[in-house]
Design a protein around this ligand. Structure first.
Ligand code: PAF
Length: 275
């Protein structure tokens, strides 16, 4: 496994490769990341993993400072998965402090994480564009856990004609249903008994939602249940898989999304279903 820190050195290496599959990460790797890597494995394809804790996407400074960093262990995992190349640039190398240009959206008004984390998706988009321009992958592997991120990045690739195929990988879960996330290691022990509640509510929504008319009532009930159990809920929302907006008349493919906090840790999760 080769490790690169500079753009010029990784590009020199990539020039010698056939197909490139790219898995961007912020480190603190877990089974969820490893499942992306395992999906990316194909003959004649080089797997490139980036590890970069992207300051630009943290709307909360403390969240950035306390983001778990486990580089030595991450590299061990990647080696065991036979990853071809790891890219670990510095902030300087990624030129994140450029001040002349800023991304803006005219239409980012989904009232999901975009509403609760101002600037977050601008930061994600900026870094993913930089990485894709540097690495020029054929495939970009992203997890379905970050559903709105996946949706926005798919639209971005299409809007700006990136010749990159996005592969969406299903969420990996702990035995208790908790979606795997680097943030899970920050959950206080006293909350452990409550964490399965998030996925239980999602499964319940999937089970009882039979028509678009049910949605408002079901969202409200799930919000009440979580709040009663000590969660501070940002949103519970059922959306169209296609538009990520409220589903219209005959839409059948839906996704329920929740963002909620237990103590200081904000968790997100979702479930796709059809009615
Ligand atoms: O999903 C993540 O871990 C990050 O948002 C990503 C895509 C690596 C960009 O920093």
């Amino acid at each position: 496994m080769k490790i690169f820190k500079s753009i010029s050195s990784i590009q020199k290496y990539l020039n010698t490769q056939n197909q490139i599959a790219f898995v961007p990460t912020m480190g603190n790797l877990h089974e969820g990341h490893l499942s992306l890597i395992r999906k990316a494995k194909k003959p004649k394809t080089s797997i490139v993993v980036s590890i970069f804790v992207n300051r630009l996407q943290f709307n909360n400074k403390k969240d950035f400072i306390f983001y778990p960093k486990t580089l030595k262990q991450d590299l061990e995992y990647l080696k065991n998965e036979f990853v071809d190349a790891v890219f670990i640039p510095t902030e300087q190398e990624m030129n994140i402090n450029h001040s002349e240009f800023k991304l803006s959206f005219f239409n980012l008004d989904y009232k999901l994480c975009d509403a609760f984390r101002p600037g977050h998706f601008e930061g994600v988009i900026a870094i993913v564009m930089k990485f894709c321009n540097i690495i020029q992958p054929h495939y970009l592997f992203l997890g379905k856990k970050d559903y709105q991120q996946l949706f926005i990045l798919k639209n971005l690739m299409q809007a700006f004609c990136y010749p990159i195929k996005i592969i969406a990988v299903p969420t990996k879960r702990e035995k208790n249903g908790l979606a795997m996330s680097s943030r899970n290691s920050l959950i206080q022990k006293s909350y452990i008994s409550k964490i399965s509640g998030l996925y239980s509510e999602l499964k319940q929504i999937k089970k009882i939602c039979k028509s678009l008319n049910d949605i408002k009532k079901i969202e409200h009930k799930a919000l009440q249940n979580l709040t009663k159990d000590g969660w501070i809920v940002d949103y519970v929302s059922v959306r169209s898989q296609k538009t990520l907006l409220s589903p219209k008349n005959n839409e059948k493919k839906l996704v329920a999304l929740i963002a909620a906090r237990l103590g200081n840790v904000r968790l997100i999760d979702n479930i796709e279903f059809c009615i």
